[in-house]
Design a protein around this ligand. Structure first.
Ligand SMILES: [Zn+2]
Ligand SMILES: [Zn+2]
Length: 348
């Protein structure tokens, strides 16, 4: 008779329920983690409001932090002591597909094939008391880092992958469009790189948050053309790097128009709806600009994120807007959906 555990499952529209399910046991190379905190990503929020059609119940969650609980037979306890604080890269890297072998695990073909415990429950499984991950997907933290901050490793890693694609250099201008949690994470990282950060965001509270955390210039796109302002700030050239963290296709058009010659424009957010935007092939030809995207956390960027949080180089405290116990998961999801919150974390 196998043991059971609690998990937070989306069970209907705007309904998150505590369910009991089988507790996973570690295979030979796996580490069983007792999850203590899991942050609610936009993907889970879309499932909660049923904007994203999935089988139900669904146990989402991939932004996790916890402690090592048990080890598979082949895992060395001296490297992974029971009780050590850890985070994990819940999305899979198979290490053997075309993309993994080219060192690009963000495109791994098995990345989103993760499915929990047979046909009864779907999802990535971070919103549960226990998860088992291959040891290659587990990162240790030093003692003393709060679980809520450790849970932000995954979103930070996604942002670091985006910054790698944008490749800003010291002294450059970097525009971030959108001041939600992902935009703010971009700004915090870019600030460390010695670039002039420029945020375009209509919400005054988000602009103020960015300014209080070091953002150099903020633009209110409801009052002035963000494109015009960026051109004016850059001697008419446009910025070296632009990151679009919003889901609005019309904004994507602006992002491209703000990008200077030889610049790089990164589409960070998925688009809803995914409306095509016009791009002048002659502009592309003449500007030698690069239009690219960023999706998922890489393995290297995960490592960087652990270092940035673990060494205290970045403090993400202020981005944790609220913490809820697992028994109040529906409230946590509702809170996460509010535009005024950054990340909401569930304690498990
Ligand atoms: Zn996420
Ligand atoms: Zn792969």
């Amino acid at each position: 008779m196998s043991e059971t555990m609690h998990a937070v499952a989306v069970t209907g529209e705007r309904e998150a329920t505590l369910i009991r399910m089988e507790r996973p046991e570690p295979k030979r190379n796996e580490i069983q983690i007792r999850i203590r905190a899991c942050a609610l990503c936009t993907w889970e929020q879309r499932v909660f409001i049923r904007e994203k059609e999935t089988p139900l119940p669904l146990v989402g969650g991939h932004e996790i932090a916890g402690e090592i609980c048990a080890l598979g037979a082949d895992v060395d306890e001296s490297k992974y002591p029971v009780g050590a604080p850890v985070t994990g890269r819940v999305q899979k890297a198979c290490h053997s597909c075309y993309y993994c072998r080219r060192g690009e695990p963000t495109q791994c073909v098995e990345l989103n094939t993760f499915r929990l415990n047979g046909p009864a429950v779907y999802g990535m499984g971070g919103l549960a008391e226990y998860i088992c991950l291959d040891r290659s997907a587990v990162w240790r933290y030093e003692n003393g880092v709060p679980f809520e901050q450790m849970a932000l490793t995954e979103p930070l890693a996604c942002v670091l992958n985006s910054i790698r694609r944008g490749d800003p250099h010291m002294g450059d201008d970097a525009v971030v469009i959108g001041g939600g949690v992902m935009g703010q994470l971009h700004l915090l990282c870019l600030e460390k790189l010695g670039v002039r950060t420029i945020l375009s965001e209509p919400d005054p509270a988000r602009r103020a948050f960015a300014q209080a955390h070091g953002c150099r210039i903020t633009i209110d796109p409801a009052r002035e053309s963000a494109v015009e302002r960026v051109l004016q700030l850059t001697g008419g050239r446009g910025a070296e790097t632009v990151f679009n963290t919003t889901a609005v296709s019309a904004v994507e058009e602006d992002a491209i128009r703000m990008t200077g010659k030889l610049g790089r424009c990164v589409t960070y957010s998925s688009q809803h709806p995914d409306s095509p935007v016009p791009v002048s092939p002659n502009w592309l030809h003449n500007s030698e600009a690069v239009l690219t995207g960023a999706v998922n956390p890489g393995i290297t960027s995960f490592d960087q994120a652990v270092n940035l949080i673990g060494k205290g180089i970045l403090s993400l405290d202020d981005l944790v807007s609220a913490v809820y116990p697992k028994e109040r998961a529906t409230e946590a999801f509702e809170e996460a959906l509010k535009p005024s919150t950054y990340r909401v974390v569930i304690r498990l």
